[in-house]
Design a protein around this ligand. Sequence first.
Ligand SMILES: CSC[C@@H](O)[C@@H](O)C(=O)COP(=O)(O)O
Length: 327
Amino acid sequence: MHRTIDWVDGAVVVIDQTALPAEFRLLELRTVGELVDAVRRLAVRGAPALGAAGALGVALSAHQGGDVRKDAELLATARPTAVNLAWGVERALAKLDQGKDAVLAEALALLAEDEELNKTASRHAAEIVLAECPRRPLRLLSHCNAGRLATVGWGSALGVVWHLHERGLVEEVLVDETRPLLQGARLTAWELAQANVPYRVQPDSAAAAAMARGMVDCVLVGADRIAANGDVANKIGTYGLAIAAKHHGVPFVVVAPSSTVDNRVADGAGVTIEERDAGELTEHTPEGARAFNPAFDVTPFALITAVVTEEGIFRGAARSPGHRRSP
Ligand SMILES: CSC[C@@H](O)[C@@H](O)C(=O)COP(=O)(O)O
């Protein structure tokens, strides 16, 4: 399996996520400007993959003799919500005094760690799912793309599906298409198809109805930033899903590497939410229609069953009536 993002012969190479599923193609990004543009266009996206992009971008600048601190600022602010982006930039930049090879070595170490951390976090989360959800095989609901493509490798929320599927425990994954940019319909569905995991795509607006019909055993989502109090910023629609899950007694589990935790932000109100261009929504509207197009929302910790990182399980207040408590 090709890494989502890597360093190849002095360039940052990414899987072009704007082309999937129609075409699997790689983009060779040779300047910081090209990388920043790829981040903004979501050619590379997903919080952990953005962390890798930030670190590799600093290495790219250092190797080209650029104004590394200025480039680092450009990279760190290319998208505002996923804290991993600034974290990756800061981690590589901290090695600048030791020279460009040390910067690259740090970026490559971050990439190597990503897959292991996400595997561990999603393994912990799989245990929570098994403890919280008595039914076998499991029907899981996924929002946005928190798979291999959102990380360097493996995935966070979808990583849980890989662990459970390896054990023959997945009946199907309901995939929210994820309006307006269809990360679920295009990317998550593609990953599930590649891995031969049964899935159905549904409009985001069908998720509550699926829960009401008893079709969902657990909701699994990733995160772009987790505040110190456990509030979670993630793809727009996550908050609504959590409300619906709580109403129906469906466990709601958030999976992310600990680099997504931002202890500098006390609660969800302190997270900057990216607003995207109205043009993403106005293809079918009357001319001149205005739009409200936030890319993310904040789910209060009180609506979450557990936030899971490689460091452990943080229990939220949302408990499903009648479900067993895990040890
Ligand atoms: C492991 S990915 C976690 C999140 O980054 C993911 O759920 C998400 O919201 C991504 O949003 P995107 O706008 O596609 O970058």
